[in-house]
Write a protein that binds this ligand. Structure first.
Ligand code: 13P
Ligand code: SF4
Length: 334
């Protein structure tokens, strides 16, 4: 039976979404099943706290792709979104890669469809195509090098100064690194719905009430938020900054899941989630990231589904640009 048919039957019959009997110690069972099946659990910083706490490895997109490339485990359970699990499968095709909820997509990856991107590239012959890891395998196959928010600047700087660049799909990250590197760059018009949603006005109101708090922001945020930020960086860079900096409080302009790690690492410091423009909500959760739950993780390990598959021809093409990213990152010690 193919993976997709198996995934679909389990989904349709409600096995993957099934609630777990409250009498079961889900955390213990997950750990036990992972051990038995030689599975490694990778979790992005934007996952729910209880998932972060159970993971073998927790980190940003780059760190998790590095772990996926080098793990000896037989099974990779990716607690993140689809493009992350797909990247793991591209790097480790012989392993079974599972994603607890197949609907965990990404608005940024969705903002760049392969057919549109292929047409777009026709206008830029000879340009180097640098794409963010938040893209489908098809976009990765059309790209020269992949980057993440941790290594985008070094990846761009690794190219000869005269090289013309197409950067996709995040316009905010693209504009930010363009400003830092001064390279000739054409930028795709995509964005992440979470990072674009931050309200400058509401952040400034919080800053007024807590003038001592430093504003720290992910480069996927819009320019006005980046202008007022005291520090800009990837999720792991923001976490590191809170450890090295001597402030007592921070306004955090990225998905709120990272605050769990910031609080664990700095128990005496105060972290305030930057609020979105929609004033009915105080949080900044990625609805895709938060689809994964402990119950789904339990079912995912039990049934070994949903499983990610990538057609071999496409996988091989997409692997080239991801491997280039890993090589450059290694060279720069990132
Ligand atoms: P990093 O993991 O590179 O910080 O990116 C954040 C993000 O948007 C992941 O979806
Ligand atoms: Fe995609 Fe934004 Fe969610 Fe990251 S936070 S997975 S970029 S929608």
């Amino acid at each position: 039976m193919t993976k997709n048919i198996y995934n679909n039957i389990l989904l349709k019959k409600g096995f993957i979404d099934a609630k777990i009997d409250p009498a079961i110690d889900v955390v213990r069972e997950i750990k036990e099943m992972a051990k038995q099946k030689q599975a490694v659990i990778l979790a992005h910083y934007y996952q729910k706290e209880e998932i972060q706490d159970i993971a073998d490895f927790i980190g940003d997109s780059l760190y998790l792709s590095q772990q996926a490339a080098k793990t000896n485990a037989k099974v990779i359970v990716f607690c993140g979104v689809h493009f992350m699990a797909e990247t793991a499968k591209i790097l480790s095709p012989e392993k079974k890669v599972l994603l607890p909820d197949l609907k965990a997509g990404c608005s940024l990856a969705d903002s760049c469809k392969a057919e549109d991107f292929e047409k777009f590239l026709k206008d830029y012959p000879g340009y180097k195509v640098i794409s963010y890891i938040n893209t489908s395998a098809e976009i990765k196959a059309l790209s020269d090098i992949i980057c993440t928010s941790s290594n985008a600047v070094q990846i761009i700087r690794s190219l000869p100064a005269k090289e013309k660049i197409v950067f996709a799909p995040d316009k905010n990250l693209g504009n930010y690194i363009n400003g830092l590197t001064g390279r000739e760059m054409v930028i795709w018009n995509g964005a992440c719905h979470v990072h674009e949603a931050f309200s400058l006005e509401r952040i400034l109101e919080i800053k007024k009430a807590h003038p001592e708090a430093k504003i720290i922001a992910h480069p996927e945020c819009e320019k006005p938020v980046l202008i007022i930020a005291d520090y800009i960086g990837s999720t792991s860079a923001l976490l590191k900054f809170t450890l090295q900096d001597d402030s007592d409080s921070y306004i955090v302009a990225t998905e709120s899941g990272i605050i769990h790690q910031m609080r664990k690492a700095n128990p005496k410091k105060v972290f305030i989630a930057a609020p979105p423009k929609d004033s009915t909500c105080g949080c900044s959760d990625c609805s895709f990231m938060k689809l994964n739950s402990l119950d789904k993780l339990y079912n995912c390990l039990k049934y070994e589904a949903p499983e990610i598959s990538v057609e071999e021809g496409l996988r091989k093409k997409a692997e080239v640009s991801i491997r280039r990213m890993l090589e450059i990152s290694e060279k720069y010690g990132i």
